[in-house]
Design a protein around this ligand. Structure first.
Ligand SMILES: [Zn+2]
Length: 582
């Protein structure tokens, strides 16, 4: 099998010697520029450039950090591609997770709708996301569906191939990008399952036969995970089935909407033991619908019921699969737990299963969710008590093993925070890659390959945050975020003073509007003193008549009232003075 594969690979990509000959003929560098995904989990997007040809891999989003209030998500910064749109030969999507396709509806139109390449489910998810973002926008897509990993696609000077990988979403695929200066091997997100459910374990030895120099770009999120082995899918399903069959009340399973195979498995099992399944959550329902249309999962009508109809069945015959296991405020599981769900109420004898991992950053929210849940229900199951989830990512041992199998000439860890990438370099050295051939890039780094050598340029391309907030893309910058921080921390205080144009004196008592600073009803004395101070400030500056510098007066109010508040309350609200002349 391996011999055949290597023969095939030689046919497809040429032998090492042939490539060396090609390399001598060309003076063009191969450039790799990650626009995101090197300093965070998410925002994955990498540019490959050879002469006038550009190929892009993935267009993901990143979810906001805690210090980015109001931001919906962050997309890769594509400033580097401005003016180069005509060179883009195609955008390849490794799989359908949002950190790989989420920015497509915004970025594809900006880049003039380049060709997109991926497996069926991945492209269907891109299309769905485009349509959700802007109706009929998917009609502009030109797609190449990868039906088999043996397919080869020419995109300018790039020759694209594929290989199978295991990941937590169906249709994930590894990418081979062959160029005259070397061959990039990029598994996308991946894991190693030594005991997969319906196929033989995947190995990567055949990739070692690819023409050199081989550049392995490896998702390295698991580089610090030193647990010997992960639970296999089979064991996890056995645990889930036991819980579902033995449940005394209804079963509620929170999981990722992209876990289509797992959702289908649960539905099939429930049907077999005579239970009914209701799905809830927009993305979960639409993902299952897409997978059904593609024929990827087969679900008989009788197994699924509508969430509105759950009351028609005995509690111990019900399985509810829903989104929101990350504690997202308005998602289904949160609504169920806070008693805000129209059709589902939690009872003590229900079984609630978190079949998901904690996305870094969500730890505290999920802890709160679990605490609330433990008050209401006696059977809460999550990965700390039983294996009810398998990770979509490899561990440290797997990273070493894949490197040993592929035997790359160059190693570039990708798709994780810097710390994970650095840890992965140690694993690569242990797996036999020499230190000087390992490069940890930042977002915007430019690495060039030429005649078997690699060098990182000492300049970077622009990769600053592009925030998406509601309908706005990139219009929320540092200033807006800073204001949001002040508002969130100490609130705001508006002072409206009406000033007589003739005399320069404040008329009546200034109006005060305040939010998030002090409770006005209980701060009468403070407000009284504030009003008095405002009148003093205005009268002193303007009361003499003549030309008045109102912006100076506003600054005076802001500064003096600001320090007055600080001495009285140790708080610094945002102060907005409004002066109206009459
Ligand atoms: Zn993924």
């Amino acid at each position: 099998m391996i011999a055949e594969t290597s023969f095939f690979f030689r046919l497809a990509f040429g032998s090492t010697n042939e490539v060396h000959r090609l390399m001598l003929k060309t003076k063009t560098n191969l450039r790799i520029i990650p626009l995101g995904g090197q300093e965070e989990v998410g925002r994955n997007m990498t540019v490959f450039e050879y002469g006038n040809d550009i190929v892009i891999l993935d267009m993901g989003i990143q979810f906001p950090e805690e210090d980015m209030p109001g931001i919906d998500y962050i997309i890769p910064n594509i400033s580097y591609l401005k003016g180069k749109e005509k060179n883009i030969r195609g955008v390849i999507f490794s799989h359908g997770h949002l950190d790989h396709i989420g920015a497509a509806p915004i970025l594809l139109p900006k880049l003039g709708y380049p060709k997109i390449i991926g497996r069926d489910l991945t492209l269907a998810l891109v299309k769905k996301r485009m349509e959700d973002y802007e109706l009929n926008s998917a009609e502009n897509l030109e797609t190449i569906h990868v039906k088999s990993v043996d397919e080869r696609i020419n995109l300018g000077k790039f020759r694209i191939g594929f290989f199978n990988v295991e990941h937590s979403i169906m249709d994930a695929v590894g990418i081979i990008i062959n160029t005259p200066q070397g061959t990039i091997v990029h598994p996308g997100d991946w894991k190693m399952d030594k005991n997969p459910v319906d196929q033989k374990p995947i190995t990567y030895n055949h990739l070692s036969k690819l023409p050199g120099p081989k550049i392995l770009m490896l998702e390295s999120l698991g580089s610090t995970d030193t647990q010997p082995t992960h639970v296999s899918e089979k064991e996890m399903y056995a645990n889930l089935e036991k819980l579902i069959s033995e449940a005394a009340g209804k079963v509620i399973i929170g999981t990722f909407s992209s876990q289509i195979r797992r959702i289908a498995h649960i539905i099939t099992y429930a049907k077999r033991i005579g239970k009914k399944v209701a799905l809830d959550g927009y993305s979960m329902k639409s993902n299952v619908e897409i997978a059904k249309e593609l024929g990827y999962i087969k679900i008989g009508k009788e197994a699924l019921i509508h969430i509105n109809d759950v009351h028609k069945y005995p509690e111990n015959k019900l399985v509810i699969i829903c989104t929101g296991a990350q504690g997202e405020g308005n998602a289904v599981l949160s609504r169920i737990i806070s008693d805000e769900h129209k059709f589902i109420k939690i009872r003590k004898n229900d079984t609630i299963i978190f079949s998901s991992s904690v996305i870094p950053g969500n730890e505290r929210t999920i802890q709160r969710l679990k605490d609330n849940l433990y008050r209401k229900c006696d059977n809460v199951i999550h990965s700390d008590v039983m294996d009810v989830h398998t990770s979509g990512h490899s561990n440290a041992a797997d990273i070493k093993e894949i490197i040993k199998q592929i035997r790359p000439d160059f190693f570039l860890p990708v798709y994780a925070n810097h710390y994970f990438l650095k840890e992965a370099t140690k694993l690569a050295v242990e797996a036999g890659v020499s230190k000087e051939k390992i490069f940890v890039l930042d977002n915007g780094s430019i690495i060039e390959f030429y005649n078997g050598n690699a060098s990182v340029l000492n300049r970077k391309v622009e990769t600053g945050y592009v925030f998406v907030d509601g309908l706005g893309i990139g219009d929320v910058g540092e200033v807006v975020l800073r204001d949001r921080h002040v508002l969130a921390r100490d609130g705001m205080f508006v002072i409206v003073a009406v000033v007589d144009r003739q005399t320069g004196k404040v008329k009546g008592s200034p109006d005060i509007i305040s939010r998030g600073f002090v409770y006005l009803k209980e701060s009468k004395q403070l407000l009284k003193e504030t009003r008095k101070k405002v009148i003093e400030i205005v009268d002193k500056a303007a009361g003499t008549g003549g030309a008045v510098n109102w912006s100076y007066i506003k600054d005076e109010i802001r500064n003096k009232i600001g320090s007055f508040f600080y001495t009285k309350t140790q708080r610094r609200p945002m102060i907005l003075p409004v002066v109206i002349e009459v």
